[in-house]
Write a protein that binds this ligand. Structure first.
Ligand SMILES: [Fe+2]
Length: 252
């Protein structure tokens, strides 16, 4: 499987044709960046139709206050100054993570559709798992050994999973990582590993190692959640909705 694939689908009028191209690309690449015509592709209804025949949709939405799953297929990652402490609604930079870290059976593929781009900033960041593994092996082999060996606990809203942070099956690294759902769950000796990895990942962002994808309206990203870490740059925003991505989950 390749790390990355970019598709320009602005000339495809038929939503099912768009869905077929994207599904095929997701079978061969861990990250797919697709550009569709913004007049249609920025709306959820377009993607509901595009993906209806091609794959199984998996609900991803969580209640913003309790963190509990709502069962809704779509989740809004929308700037809203009412919730400055929630990455989902804030304008702050978000550290690299996997969305399904604390879920027993997370959606294998997560996708985000740009409904409204931030006035400035807000690029989505992707660090491919294979690249991460090779940088760790070169620069911090002792940390890599600990990340593949230690079992840690991720917990959110009473849902928890115990897992290694990096598993290394033959088909490539499999990642579970969400700093904020685990830092209070680990023993003091494991906390050092967690803090070290958190700092290491921030350092990769400071060195611009992740791919930065600035999404415009109608653009969408699809990624194999456990194969690629994602995060974002901070952005400028003033009022609710100044930046809005619609997020969903898929199985293909
Ligand atoms: Fe995320």
């Amino acid at each position: 499987m390749e790390a990355f694939c970019r598709l320009d689908l602005r000339k495809l009028d038929s939503p099912p044709d768009v869905g077929a191209r994207i599904t095929a690309a997701c079978r061969t690449a861990r990250l797919v960046v697709a550009r569709t015509h913004p007049a249609v592709g920025r709306h959820r209804e377009f993607w509901d139709e595009a993906l209806a025949e091609q794959c199984e949709r998996v609900p991803v939405d969580e209640d913003v206050k309790t963190g509990l799953a709502t069962g809704n297929l779509w989740s809004d990652v929308e700037f809203n100054p009412e919730f400055p402490q929630r990455f989902r609604h804030s304008s702050s930079a978000q550290p690299l993570h996997t969305d399904g870290a604390y879920l027993y059976d997370p959606p294998p593929i997560v996708f985000m559709v740009c409904h409204r781009a931030a006035p400035r900033g807000g690029a989505t960041l992707f660090l491919d798992g294979q690249r991460l593994l090779s940088v760790l092996a070169t620069e911090r082999p002792e940390l890599l050994t600990m990340l593949t060996g230690a079992i840690v606990r991720f917990n959110k809203a009473g849902v928890h999973v115990e897992s290694t942070i990096i598993a290394t099956p033959p088909d490539g690294p499999f990642l579970r990582w969400n700093y904020y759902t685990m830092r209070n769950q680990v023993s003091p000796d494991l906390l050092a590993i967690v803090e070290n990895f958190h700092c290491f990942l921030q350092d990769t962002v400071d060195r611009s190692l992740p791919l930065a994808v600035r999404l415009n309206e109608g653009d969408a990203v699809f990624f194999h959640d456990a194969r690629v870490l994602h995060g974002r740059d901070s952005f400028t925003a003033g009022i609710t909705g100044d930046r809005c991505l619609w997020k969903g989950g898929l199985r293909i």
